[in-house]
Design a protein around this ligand. Structure first.
Ligand code: FAD
Length: 322
């Protein structure tokens, strides 16, 4: 039995789904022990009970004004203080922009190992084994934690959160943290993405490549994404051509996504793009070139002009939704 800390991530006033997935992972690591949530930021206390509904036993909250927006040094100081007091056996974060930035800093300070980007875990007795993709998702390795803190980041959309139980109760404690000598001050956060659905957590992604041909071409993809309640992503080819913003890029040097459904439109399937989406549960490719490499990893392929196929799909999905 272990005590495991989980960082809940707040984005635009809401807890990100990966926080609940991290609680589910922590529950497994705790193996009957305690799962303690950490929530930092403005109005964090109002979200604490959600962590409890998804399985946390206790939640520690700080609404310190220096923690309202993520800063590497502010969050590192906060987590280090909580770790010092709680002395956990485990620490789980989401493998998000924040988790990727924060976890190595904490690992270095704690002189601990870190398993990053885990997609699943197995707990047998005292053995905790994490599985993580390697070689851009072409293979998986298993990592057994043999000693010290069980510290991991988990990839969004891979570990099933626990069933939400609103009747679950737990302790919420406001903690006093001392944040000092910050080298990073956030003056303003400017969001580039306009879509309401967060790409890295989206269950459905409609993605466009150079075949989409223009900024206007992406409007057709947005319509399909809207009809499906999904988000729009892009290949680097499309971003380089200025059809869309780099925040939408999926791939080796963009975001790594694992949606339930990935619809690739006018994307050739370069290895660097596949590295970011090959673990999607169902892949649909729409491309007018039957030899396009994207078809080699697609579950369903449509050979055709995306400007003919996508509007038909929009029409069909809208009629189903009615
Ligand atoms: P193209 O390869 O030009 O493919 C366009 C496709 O659209 C073609 O298959 C064509 O048949 C099809 N098409 C054209 N018109 C239509 C139509 N009307 N209907 C249907 N299909 C149509 N790429 C990424 O995506 N993500 C990354 O993170 C990334 N990182 C990289 C890192 C490095 C170091 C390097 C060197 C490259 C990286 N790339 C990345 C770039 C990658 O190698 C490819 O150049 C890029 O993915 C190609 O984008 P694309 O598939 O949109 O364009």
């Amino acid at each position: 039995m272990a005590k495991v800390l989980v960082l809940g991530e707040i984005r635009q006033g809401e807890l990100r789904n990966v926080s609940f997935e991290a609680i589910a992972a922590a529950k497994q690591v705790a193996n009957g022990g305690e799962v303690v949530g950490i929530l930092l930021g403005a109005n964090a206390a109002s979200l604490a009970n959600r962590m409890i509904h998804y399985g946390a036993d206790r939640v520690l909250v700080s609404e310190h004004s220096d923690l309202h927006a993520y800063t590497p040094d502010g969050y590192t100081q906060a987590i280090m203080q909580v770790v010092e007091v709680e002395k956990p056996e485990g620490l789980i974060l989401g493998h998000t922009s924040i988790g990727k930035d924060l976890s190595p800093r904490i690992a270095a300070k704690l002189k601990s190992g870190l398993i990053s980007d885990a997609v699943s875990l197995d707990v047998t007795g005292d053995d905790v084994v994490f599985t993580r993709p390697i070689y851009s998702g072409k293979a998986f390795e298993k990592k057994l934690v043999t000693d010290g803190l069980i510290f991991a980041t988990i990839r969004p959309n891979n570990i099933e959160p626990l069933e939400k139980e609103e009747s679950r109760i737990g302790e919420v404690t406001m903690v006093d943290l001392e944040i000092k000598n910050l080298r990073t001050i956030i003056k303003e956060v400017v969001r580039k993405t306009t879509s309401g659905v967060d790409l890295s957590e989206a269950k459905i992604i409609v993605s466009g490549g150079r075949g989409v041909k223009s900024k206007d071409g992406f409007k057709v993809l947005q319509e399909l994404a809207d009809a499906l309640g999904g988000a729009v992503g892009a290949s680097r080819g499309a971003c380089d051509a200025d059809f869309c913003d780099y925040s939408m890029q999926i791939g080796q040097t963009g975001k790594v996504v694992t949606p339930d459904l990935y619809i690739a439109c006018g994307i050739s399937g370069a290895i660097q793009h596949i590295a970011g989406m090959s673990n999607s549960k169902v892949i649909v490719a729409i491309n007018k070139d039957p030899e396009a490499n994207i078809f080699s990893i697609a579950d369903y392929g449509i050979v055709g002009d995306l400007f003919e196929v996508v509007p038909l799909l929009v029409e069909e999905f809208k009629s189903i939704a009615v």
